[in-house]
Design a protein around this ligand. Sequence first.
Ligand SMILES: Nc1ncnc2c1ncn2[C@@H]1O[C@H](COP(=O)(O)OP(=O)(O)OP(=O)(O)O)[C@@H](O)[C@H]1O
Length: 323
Amino acid sequence: MTDLLSMRGVSVTYRTETGDVPAVRDVDLELASGEIVGLAGESGCGKSTLASTILRLQPQTATVTGEVLFEGRDVLTMGWGDLRALRWAGASMVFQGALHSLNPVRRVGDQIAEPIRVHTPEVPDEQVRARVGELLEQVGMPAVRARAYPHQLSGGQKQRVMIAMALACRPRLIVADEPTTALDVMVQAQVLDVLSALVHELGVGMLMISHDLSVLAELCDRIVVMYGGRVIETGPSKMVFGEALHPYADALSAAFPRVGDRAARFAPSGLPGDPPDPAALPPGCAFAPRCPRAIEDCTLAVPELLSFGDDRSAACIRLAEVS
Ligand SMILES: Nc1ncnc2c1ncn2[C@@H]1O[C@H](COP(=O)(O)OP(=O)(O)OP(=O)(O)O)[C@@H](O)[C@H]1O
């Protein structure tokens, strides 16, 4: 078990008018301080749902079971006071839609200062302002930009502001859900550089979700690949993308795009069919209907996630042949 984040047997089911949607099924995930872990998988495989459990941000229609231990304490059962203290100060999130979540009529410096003021009301204004300037400089912007309004900033600068805000209360974990998706390729690369430099410099942990495999490969120490709500492979990033064990992860790396190549973004070319509907998974291995190596036995039971060496695991009954 790692010191920072340890998720055990996490399942999330949404209640909907048309029935239950089991979006995440029995997921284990470990993340240590200073480590960047990437969550990969096609749209709808449960990445955002899993990430939202870390800060208990899922909607009321969701039922979450299992354990989400943050520094040894279960986020799923902690009281509201502890949860409030955890958000921003323990763990913070950089969202996909961040570019539109800044308040257009407030200076960005005031918006970065807000979590600091809420979490540490005793800190005098002058120190808060100094901290905001320091944060802007950390993300590569001059401190004077604190006075700017969002419309005066470019998309990349706005995303830097969101990163500064996420860092404001010195969290030990950052959850980044598609943090650069809306940005141009060049700006995307710059923002990713800022993020990874900060994670390494400050020694915080980061869970990174991206459709873009090249982003994950470049940035992450370890990769967790999801399919149909389950983890199907984990391992060091170079190995998962270079010599995948699971046929699905293998199909992904075969379709490996160039950095920022949006046309090739996470749609494993050459893989027939669509990702499964989480409310109606096929029996046994959910990937079997699309898998070039599937045999009849694959449909009998959900394959267990088995360890391969110290740092890799995969869920496929045919691994003896694949590995
Ligand atoms: N609030 C909700 N109510 C019902 N179903 C939901 C809700 N949020 C997500 N889902 C469903 O849960 C499944 C997992 O969704 P999730 O957004 O976690 O996947 P994802 O891998 O992050 O996809 P994407 O990359 O498209 O964001 C999908 O089938 C989705 O339709």
